[in-house]
Design a protein around this ligand. Structure first.
Ligand SMILES: Cc1cc2nc3c(=O)[nH]c(=O)nc-3n(C[C@H](O)[C@H](O)[C@H](O)COP(=O)(O)OP(=O)(O)OC[C@H]3O[C@@H](n4cnc5c(N)ncnc54)[C@H](O)[C@@H]3O)c2cc1C
Ligand code: FES
Length: 367
C-alpha cells in the first residue's frame, strides 16, 4: 500500500516537474519575438528586441513619447498611430480613445507590445524631445510638502522649451522600491534660463517618484529627465488672461509669469491660487511682486479651510465665485488652469458658464 502511494506520488511529482519545464520552455519560446522593426513615419526604421511595450522600445531608441504615468495605462498621454502590426486594441486602452481615434488607428503605446514588425506615425516634434543628465544644485522647502528643486544641466547642455511645458523625471531605485519610475513635472523656471530647470514637487503619500525626490535627492546628486513635453503653454495673443492653480500647479504659471516679466506684456492678467490653509501658501511675495512689474496683474490667493486663528484677511472658499468680477470680456479671455482633475473640471465648467470659449481654456491636469 505504502509503496503504491510512494510510487503514485513520485509519478505525479515527475509529471508536474516535466510540465513545469515544458511551460518554462514554451514561455521562453513563445515570448521570444526576436528582432522587430519599427517603421516610424515611413522615414526611419528602428530595430528593437521584441517583447517590450512600444513606448519602452521607442525610448530605448531615444524616441520619447509623452508618458506622464510612466506606462501604467492611466494617463492616456502616450498615444500614437499604429498603422500595422499592433494587434487588437486592448480593453485597457478603450477608455482613452474616442471613436475617431479608434478609426484612425490611434493606440496607447504603453499598452501595445512589439511582437512583430510595426509601422507607426508620430508628430515630428517628438524627435526634439531628449534625455538630459543633470546635477541638483538647490532644494528649497516651499511648504511642509512642497519642494522646489533645481536641476543644472551638464556643462554646455541647453534646454529649449515653452513656458508651461513639462519634463518626465526618472527616479532611481531606493529603499523597497526596486525599479525607477517616470513621472511628469511642469517646469517652474523660465525658458530664458537654458542651462537649468526648476521643478516644484509636492510629496504624494506613498508616491514613488515624489517620495524619491523629497527623501533621496540631495544637492550634488545626479538626476535624469526627458522633455520638453506638452501643449500647455502661453499663447502669444493680446487676450486677457485668467490663471488658476492649486498646490504644485503653481509651477507652470510661475514659468509663464517669469517669462512674461522678461519679454514684457500689457495684457490684463488675474491669477487665482487655491490652497487649503495659510501653511499651503508659498512664493507669495514673488507672485505679488509681479503686481508692481506688470501694468494690469492681480495675484489672488484663496483659502478653502482657513481657521479663525489663522486671522486670514484674504479671499476664502472656492475660487470660482471670484471669476465673474475678474473677467471683463469672456470671449476675449484665455484661461490657463493647472492642478487636480477635480479642480480643472469645476473651473472649466464655471468658465464656460460665464462665456469663456472652451477652446481658449488650456490646462494641465496633474491626475
Ligand atoms: C502634465 C503633468 C504635470 C505634472 N506636474 C507636476 C508638478 O509640477 N508638480 C507635482 O508635484 N506633480 C506634478 N504632476 C503629478 C506627478 O506627475 C505625479 O503624478 C505625482 O508626483 C505622483 O507621483 P508619485 O510617483 O510620487 O506617486 P505614484 O507612485 O504614482 O502614486 C500616486 C498615488 O497613487 C497611489 N498608488 C500608486 N500605485 C498604486 C496602485 N498600484 N494601486 C493603488 N494606488 C496606487 C499611491 O499611494 C499614491 O497615493 C504632474 C502630472 C502631469 C500629468
Ligand atoms: S504612459 Fe500613461 S497611459 Fe500610456
Amino acid at each position: 500500500m505504502l509503496i503504491t502511494i510512494l510510487k503514485d506520488t513520485g509519478v505525479i511529482t515527475g509529471v508536474s516537474g516535466i510540465l513545469a519545464i515544458l511551460l518554462v520552455i514554451a514561455e521562453r519560446w513563445l515570448n521570444n519575438y526576436g528582432d522587430c522593426k519599427i517603421n516610424v513615419n515611413n522615414k526611419r526604421e528602428l530595430t528593437v528586441k521584441g517583447g517590450s511595450s512600444l513606448l519602452n522600445s521607442l525610448s530605448e531608441e531615444q524616441v520619447f513619447l509623452p508618458s506622464a504615468c510612466g506606462g501604467r495605462g492611466s494617463c492616456g498621454a502616450c498615444k500614437c498611430k499604429v498603422l500595422d502590426g499592433g494587434g487588437p486594441v486592448l480593453p485597457t486602452e478603450k477608455p482613452f480613445l474616442n471613436q475617431a481615434e479608434l478609426a484612425d488607428n490611434v493606440r496607447l503605446s504603453c499598452q501595445v507590445k512589439v511582437k512583430s514588425d510595426v509601422s507607426i506615425e508620430i508628430p515630428e516634434s517628438i524627435f526634439n524631445i531628449r534625455q538630459f543628465s543633470s546635477v541638483i544644485t538647490e532644494i528649497i522647502d516651499y511648504t511642509y510638502d512642497i519642494k522646489g528643486i533645481t536641476f543644472q544641466l551638464e556643462p554646455g547642455e541647453t534646454i529649449d522649451f515653452q513656458a508651461g511645458q513639462y519634463v518626465q523625471l526618472i527616479s532611481e531605485p531606493y529603499a523597497k522600491v526596486k525599479q525607477g519610475v517616470t513621472r511628469a513635472y511642469s517646469i517652474s523656471s523660465k525658458p530664458d534660463d537654458v542651462n537649468a530647470i526648476q521643478l516644484i514637487i509636492r510629496l504624494v503619500p506613498e508616491g514613488i517618484c515624489s517620495t524619491w525626490a523629497h527623501t533621496q535627492l540631495k544637492v550634488g546628486d545626479k538626476a535624469r529627465f526627458t522633455g520638453p513635453y506638452g501643449d500647455f503653454y502661453l499663447r502669444d495673443t493680446d487676450a486677457d488672461i485668467l490663471f488658476v492653480a492649486g498646490g504644485s500647479g503653481k509651477a507652470p504659471i510661475k514659468s509663464m509669469l517669469e517669462h512674461l516679466a522678461v519679454v514684457g506684456t500689457k495684457r490684463k492678467m488675474t491669477y487665482f491660487f487655491g490652497a487649503r490653509t495659510p501653511k499651503d501658501l508659498y512664493l507669495t511675495e514673488e507672485m505679488e511682486s509681479f503686481e508692481k512689474l506688470f501694468d494690469d496683474f492681480a495675484y489672488e490667493p484663496v483659502l478653502s479651510h482657513a481657521a479663525p486663528e489663522d486671522n486670514w484677511q484674504g479671499k476664502t472658499g472656492f475660487v470660482m465665485p471670484f471669476f465673474k468680477d475678474a473677467i471683463r470680456d469672456p470671449k476675449n479671455t484665455e484661461a490657463y488652469l493647472c492642478g487636480s482633475p477635480g479642480m480643472i473640471d469645476a473651473v472649466t465648467k464655471s468658465l464656460t458658464d460665464l462665456g469663456v470659449p472652451k477652446e481658449k481654456i488650456y490646462f494641465d491636469s496633474f491626475g
